[in-house]
Ligand binder design. Structure first.
Ligand code: SF4
Length: 705
């Protein structure tokens, strides 16, 4: 009758970067049940609609990959093989390609949903043993601009605050984010804070009036691509009003004079015109920010997914720095991680330009530290960054990259300019797909298919948006012959003849990772699975002598991780460099998430309750743009860009700025047609520093179909 017969296991939600704690149990029919973990410091028992329905995805195994499959050439169908045959052949092909074309002829493309242990072993494999830095993940598509922004301003890829800070802030500036839908439990905490303290000021900047705006005291409905101009104008108002923290600026920062000169190049009135907002509202936002004790900036893809994403991040962090709102209660910059473990992946160096424990790939001493730790010859790790996510698929197309191993992600829905990416996969010599689902679009290009264990079928850890490291229990067995991702990578590494991959279990991988962080800014050498199980979640750093819940707030001493220990206030142009609008493509397409779907729907798309929220893709368009095109609500329209086209139905909405249209990112090929896949339209421009794609600005036309 649904009564639990086993004690619940604590685990962590596998969807968004909030990182909610879950108690997962089995009922008398051996089915998984889930409830919020009351003891977890992040969600305190709450779960959103996606988390509450996780048991449906866990129990429905109808779409699972069950056995390894392989084909010996592109003209053959895939056929079932043993693990030994699949991995022996994969190792033989990788060795042959590396021998003939060099280590950079192969690549791994992973995911912010991989567990930290999985990230660790795949990063160790390719950087340490294969000798290439061609490991990147879909975190490149969501967080890399924030990573670079933090490194350039604070000296380290680090979120300085804790979730508790948002409950004691007096002003929260949400820039380019819709946390009410995309980070729901975090937003519940903001709602509760607002109920308790109605004086809490909430400012939202977004071209769309989203659910988040219903809690806002001020919505700055800016034009896409003008965030830097807005942030500079607010900075100018703060300086004009004498609301900067001169003591903090003088003692703890560099670059202020250049910043001041830069923001004074544009009047507030001119900035308001560029942004398409009222000058009085910019001044109002600045007056609130300038008169509070605690100020939190909160942002996500609206800033990150931009051709100037790094500068958008820096321009917002600058507001914390000039006001001294960092390193003190209720204050600080707070990037909201999109995926559950994008931060954990970065901790182990899981991007093409990173090394474990936030070490610097370009630093020979750092490379040598890792080489000694991994017991490989000095010089094994290459100093040059590997290919980023989009570059990998481009280089498959040119033939420079020969083989790609895709794990835990569905790039043929999620990559920008996806038809070009698909051309790359068609030309690849060898494709390995490691996944849980037999329905992902990438499978049709696979030469080897490896069935992976899903959430709740494997043990490991993740780090959420607030540096909280959480443990995930294995609650049930994987179906068929599916294996945990880390186990698959380690078996492959041993087939390649590499030492250092004989881990007894996931806990042993974690211990090795933790030991490699000793003495760094993200030192977690005091942490192990036992502590994580007991405390549910702790915030790094967590060095050997730590006894509590880790480090809630960084930079309380105003000593930053830069070489001069100062925070860097950086100056740059506010110019956007997105694709130009033309008479043929006069509208700006922006893409994003909806409340009840996750990424490419391979999990949430299976749940009827979640599909009831919004059941198909759509185009949101303002009546001012629809009427001249003779478009009415629910009409089928064709949207075109220089790359391709899609056809979906229209939702008329005055909540989106005129001149801007919106489509969700979640829908894709679904075997019949790719015409609901928004990334047919998006462009391949990326931020030159972070290599993050410009998902939020594509020039399109919309016509009735
Ligand atoms: Fe899961 Fe995010 Fe919802 Fe929490 S807020 S239950 S982590 S999807």
């Amino acid at each position: 009758d649904g009564k639990n017969i086993l004690p619940g296991n604590t685990t962590t939600c596998c969807y968004c970067g909030v990182g909610c704690g879950i108690v997962a149990s089995k009922d008398i029919h051996n089915r998984i049940t889930v409830e919020g973990d009351q003891q977890h410091p992040v969600n305190k028992g709450m779960l959103c609609s996606k988390g509450m329905n996780l048991h449906y995805t866990a129990n429905d195994k109808s779409d699972r990959l069950l056995y390894p499959e392989m084909r010996y050439n592109k003209n053959m169908p895939l056929q079932r093989v043993s693990w030994d045959v699949a991995l022996t052949r994969t190792a033989a092909v990788f060795k042959a390609l590396i021998d003939k074309y060099g280590p950079d002829s192969v690549a791994f493309y992973a995911s912010g949903q991989c567990l930290t242990e999985e990230y660790y072993v795949v990063n160790k494999l390719i950087k340490g043993f294969i000798g290439s830095n061609n490991i990147d993940t879909n975190s490149r598509l969501c967080m890399s601009s924030a990573v670079v922004g933090y490194k350039m301003s604070l000296g380290e890829d680090t979120v300085p605050i804790s979730y508790d800070d948002i409950e004691i802030a007096d002003c929260i500036f949400v820039a380019g984010a819709n946390p009410a839908w995309c980070h729901p439990i975090l937003w519940r905490r903001v709602e509760t804070a607002k109920q308790k303290n109605p004086a809490l000021r909430i400012i939202v900047s977004d071209p769309r009036k989203t659910q988040t705006c219903s809690l806002a005291d001020l919505h700055l409905q800016l034009n896409p691509g003008t965030d830097i101009t807005l942030h500079h104008a607010i900075g100018r108002c703060l300086i004009e009003d004498g609301k900067v923290d001169s003591h903090f600026i003088l003692n703890s920062t560099s670059g202020y004079e250049d910043y001041r000169d830069n923001v004074f190049n544009t009047s507030v009135a001119a900035a308001a015109a560029i942004c398409g907002v009222q000058e009085s509202n910019i001044r109002l936002a600045a007056s609130w920010i300038g008169n509070v004790k605690g100020f939190v900036t909160m942002w996500t893809m609206g800033l990150n997914q931009s051709v100037v994403g790094t500068h958008k991040n820096l321009s917002l962090i600058n507001l914390n720095l000039i006001t001294g709102h960092i390193g003190k209660p209720g204050s600080g910059p707070f990037s909201l991680t999109g995926q559950p473990n994008a931060m954990g992946g970065r901790e182990v160096g899981g991007l093409s330009n990173l090394l474990p424990a936030h070490r610097n790939l370009a630093n020979e001493h750092h490379r040598n530290e890792v080489e000694k730790f991994w017991q490989i010859p000095l010089g094994s790790i290459q100093p040059k960054p590997g290919l980023s996510a989009t570059e990998m698929f481009d280089e498959l197309g040119t033939g420079k990259l020969k083989a790609i191993w895709i794990l835990c992600t569905n790039p043929l829905v999620s990559l920008p300019d996806v038809r070009t990416a698909e051309e790359g996969l068609k030309k690849a010599k060898f494709v390995v797909v490691q996944d849980i689902s037999n329905k992902t679009e990438t499978l049709k290009y696979a030469d080897v298919v490896l069935p992976a264990a899903a959430w709740i079928e494997k043990e490991g850890t993740m780090t959420n948006a607030g540096r909280y490291i959480s443990y995930l229990s294995k609650v049930t067995e994987a179906p068929g012959e599916a294996l945990a991702d880390a186990e698959i990578i380690c078996r492959f590494a041993r087939k390649m003849g590499y030492h250092g991959f004989d881990f007894k279990d996931a806990s042993a991988i974690y211990d090795e990772h933790a030991a490699l962080t000793a003495g760094t800014n993200i030192d977690i050498s005091g942490l192990n699975y036992g502590i994580l199980k007991e405390k549910r979640a702790v915030q790094w750093p967590y060095p050997k002598d730590e006894k509590g819940l880790g480090t809630a707030r960084l930079f309380a001493d105003h000593q930053f991780y830069t070489a001069d220990k100062k925070a860097h206030i950086l100056s740059f142009s506010d110019q956007n460099r997105s694709e130009a609008l033309t008479p043929e493509h006069p509208l700006i397409l922006t893409t994003g998430r909806i409340r009840d779907q996750w990424h490419t729907r391979s999990k949430t798309g299976k749940v009827n309750k979640l599909n009831q929220h919004i059941s198909e893709s759509f185009l949101e368009i303002n009546p001012l743009d629809a009427t001249p095109r003779n478009i009415k609500d629910n009409d089928l329209v064709e949207i075109t860009s220089l790359r391709g086209n899609v056809r979906v139905r229209v939702k008329l909405s005055a909540d989106i700025k005129s001149g801007v249209v919106f489509m969700p990112m979640h829908w894709g090929l679904i075997l019949k047609s790719d015409l609901n896949r928004v990334n047919n339209l998006t462009n391949n421009l990326t931020d030159p520093i972070s290599k993050e794609p410009d998902f939020k600005f594509t020039a399109v036309q919309v016509k009735i179909y």
